[in-house]
Design a protein around this ligand. Structure first.
Ligand code: ACO
Length: 431
């Protein structure tokens, strides 16, 4: 972070305050207001953080107007077509693409950690079978801190490294176990001879009674979904992880906090909400009714899977996934599935509708990931857990970056208080 010659002047009650300006390597300049309260006695007000940089970071860069997403400088479309998930994990965690030897070593470390503590199987059995897999995931990931005591000390770089690898390795196992538990099938142990995505599909869809072969087109599509969701800068769940860890909380607790935040329908829960919306629409002839509702100011209904806080031109991840969706649908021969027909027609209609064009609303990554996961046979309740498992590397990379930063201090936003000023307690008989 370089301080520029430029500064901003704030005039308040006749006094001038000089605020330094920092220049990033890409993106808008940042006005440094850290000393503002001490010097001028005022706070800034920015609910939703629409104009606030909460940290500095070297991991991911997004240009929402250009529709650009870079991890450590590499464009997401190049990573999605030329790389694969575990290599992208390495890139996010360590800052550079690995050499062949570094990648082999990293893959070995991850695959050696894919099993979970056997006692965790009993922990799972305490959940109701009809629990949402996200509820199970939040609980089990939080409980990892009760199982892996030797990687809780965040001041020890080696323990941080072990915790990072454990989380990346075990999240697919835990997500698959949450799924198997919810459908009453036995847990399937990980297979370390399969790649990361194929192993996850195997743990979800195989049963002990028969052979299961993972289709390479499906495992490639799954790897792409994971790669495209790996990190996304300071979004709500990542900021949650950073805020939770700013207090020094252990990594498993922090990632559980991120998973809880991701669950909401305005964030990671949108892929489930989108598929549920498509099911509710049901047939192509009902699309105009739902488009009209989405445009009606008096109706809270929104087209799920459309729009984005940062991307106002195109979601670069959605472009890649649209191609994957076409490949998967063709392979599975489910093009005549009514739900998928609704999805395709809704996409076509919205992209040509003046309201959506003007407000820059287009299908986001959740729209296409939901279609692919549905076609693969995942129930909608598994969509957000799959998002969580792919985003774990992003959360853990941002967490590592933050803990290693000497400027790291506890996050403590202030507020614009609009409540009552001090008043005397009234005894219950007098109220
Ligand atoms: N359908 C209909 N209208 C919409 C939609 C939508 N999906 N999204 C935004 N709008 C409209 C709003 O009503 C608003 O209209 P107005 O200016 O007339 O009031 C305008 O577009 C701007 O909307 P905001 O809510 O201010 O935009 P914001 O950037 O805050 O919201 C968000 C982004 C939350 C993603 C929003 O577009 C949305 O709710 N989309 C549906 C949920 C979704 O798909 N979320 C996934 C996000 S991607 C991810 O998490 C991986």
């Amino acid at each position: 972070m370089t301080e520029t010659q430029k500064s901003a002047t704030l005039t308040l009650n006749g006094e001038n305050y000089e605020l330094p300006i920092f220049s990033p390597t890409a993106g808008p300049d940042v006005v440094d207001i850290r000393k503002l309260y001490a010097q001028a006695g005022v706070f800034t007000y920015d609910p939703g953080f629409t104009s606030t940089a909460s940290c500095d970071s070297t991991i991911t860069y997004i240009d929402g107007d250009k529709g650009e997403l870079l991890h450590r400088g590499y464009p997401i479309d190049q990573l999605a077509s030329k790389s694969h998930y575990l290599e992208v994990c390495y890139l996010l965690l360590y800052g550079e693409l690995p050499t062949a030897a570094q990648l082999e070593d990293f893959e070995t470390r991850v695959t050696r950690h894919t099993m979970v503590h056997e006692q965790m199987h009993n922990f799972f059995r305490g959940f109701r079978r009809d629990a949402h897999p996200m509820a199970t995931l939040v609980g089990v990931v939080g409980a990892m801190s009760a199982f892996y005591h030797d990687s809780l000390d965040v001041t020890d770089p080696w323990q941080r490294e072990v915790a990072a690898v454990r989380l990346i390795a075990k999240l697919p196992t835990i997500a698959a176990m949450a799924y198997k538990y919810s459908i009453g099938q036995p847990f399937v142990y990980p297979r370390n001879d399969l790649d990361y995505a194929a192993n996850f599909l195997h743990m979800c869809f195989s049963v002990p009674a028969e052979e299961y072969h993972v289709n390479p087109i499906l495992s490639r599509a799954m790897d792409r979904i994971l790669t495209l969701h790996a990190d996304h800068e300071q979004n709500a769940s990542t900021s949650t992880v950073r805020l939770a860890s700013s207090s020094g909380a252990n990594p498993f607790a922090c990632i559980a906090a991120g998973i809880a935040c991701l669950w909401g329908p305005a964030h990671g829960g949108a892929n489930q909400a989108c598929l549920e919306m498509l099911k509710e629409i049901g047939t192509v002839d009902r699309i105009p009714e739902y488009i009209a509702r989405a445009k009606d100011k008096n109706d809270p209904f929104r087209l799920m899977g459309f729009g984005h806080r940062v991307y106002k031109n195109t979601d670069p991840r959605a472009k890649v996934l649209k191609q994957s969706a076409d490949e998967v649908l063709e392979l599975l021969g489910v093009d005549d599935n009514p739900l998928l027909q609704v999805a395709k027609e809704l996409e076509r209609t919205a992209l040509h509708d003046e309201y959506f064009i003007q407000k820059k609303l287009f299908p986001n990554v959740d729209f296409y990931s939901g279609i692919i996961l549905e076609a693969m046979g995942f129930p909608t309740s598994m969509f957000t857990p799959i998002f969580a498992l792919s985003r774990t590397v992003g959360w853990i990379s941002q967490w590592k970056e933050m803990i290693a930063d000497p400027q790291n201090k506890i996050g403590r936003p202030r507020q614009l208080y609009l409540g009552e000023t001090m008043r005397d307690y009234v005894d219950i008989e007098q109220r």
